[in-house]
Design a protein around this ligand. Sequence first.
Ligand SMILES: NC(=O)c1ccc[n+]([C@@H]2O[C@H](COP(=O)([O-])OP(=O)(O)OC[C@H]3O[C@@H](n4cnc5c(N)ncnc54)[C@H](OP(=O)(O)O)[C@@H]3O)[C@@H](O)[C@H]2O)c1
Length: 309
Amino acid sequence: MVDATSINRVVTFWEFGGPEVLHLEQQPLAEPGPGEVRVRMAFAGLNPVDYKIRRGGPQYGTQLPSTLGRELSGVVESTGAEVERLAVGDPVFGSIPVGAFADAVIVPEANMAFVPDDLPMDVAGALALAGQTAWDALASQGIRRGDTIVVSAAAGGVGGILAQLAVHAGARVIGSASRGNHAWLRARGVEPVEYGQGFADSVRALIDSVPTAAFDLHGAESVEAFLGLGIPAVRINSNAMGAAVPAGVQRVGRGAPNVDTLGTLAAMVVDGAVEVPIAGRYRLEQVRDAFELLEGQHLRGKVVVSGND
Ligand SMILES: NC(=O)c1ccc[n+]([C@@H]2O[C@H](COP(=O)([O-])OP(=O)(O)OC[C@H]3O[C@@H](n4cnc5c(N)ncnc54)[C@H](OP(=O)(O)O)[C@@H]3O)[C@@H](O)[C@H]2O)c1
């Protein structure tokens, strides 16, 4: 007889395409190797990179069949050799190269930070990838008090965190979002403007000088608008554009996983400096629905799936 506790449900796809290519497969539970731990997944966050991979983006070189999911929270249930910092029972969160959409996930110990008391596990599961991207992008431009910055897609996964981190650093922050997200942005200290045709004029109406820097989380039209505002290319950072960025525009994304950064981000969420709204929670078996929500492109914060912990 098969022991149910030795079976792992893993989101898998055998062909590239839309959410319909995703299936929940049953696989034997794997044991962690040296420097690894096995985490019983509580929540795993969805990110645009997941659907870019699922659609077969050539830059990812994905071999089929493949799994998905780059960030998670959960509880350590098994430790491999040479694991020193983490122990069975520890609540942890972090990012991994792939495979977070599963009931149990083997992860490098080095990628995982502790979930502090008072940080909800769903938020922890959605924090590592977008949070560290926002942190590293913002740090690359040295944003501080006195800066006035513009952020596109400021209510999205990365933009929402980046805008709040910049407010916390003392910068004046103008962020683009659709009207339904404006009240939330205002409550978080961000001055909202609508994106689209009137975007640059709306920014000019708020300030009479050139913004000191800009962060793009949507794509080419935002970068064009930033350049049109007179922001020097080297003070524009785009996480959303691919290789074809205009000359000089920076593309600093998330660096190597950093548990100190994750710890700081988690503490900022707990003390209220950063809010990460959860736009949708789904069970692992509803992963296709979770992607439909994410790929609708108009959400505030993050979408998560939960395992059967
Ligand atoms: N290089 C890296 O390390 C890295 C890491 C993470 C993400 N990324 C990339 O960064 C980008 C943003 O990621 P994310 O997780 O923040 O995405 P996301 O959460 O899916 O972004 C959704 C947001 O996009 C906004 N939006 C939709 N249409 C827009 C438009 N025409 N102009 C401006 N904003 C628009 C929506 O605003 P409303 O809801 O207000 O309409 C929504 O809040 C993606 O391309 C992702 O792949 C790169």
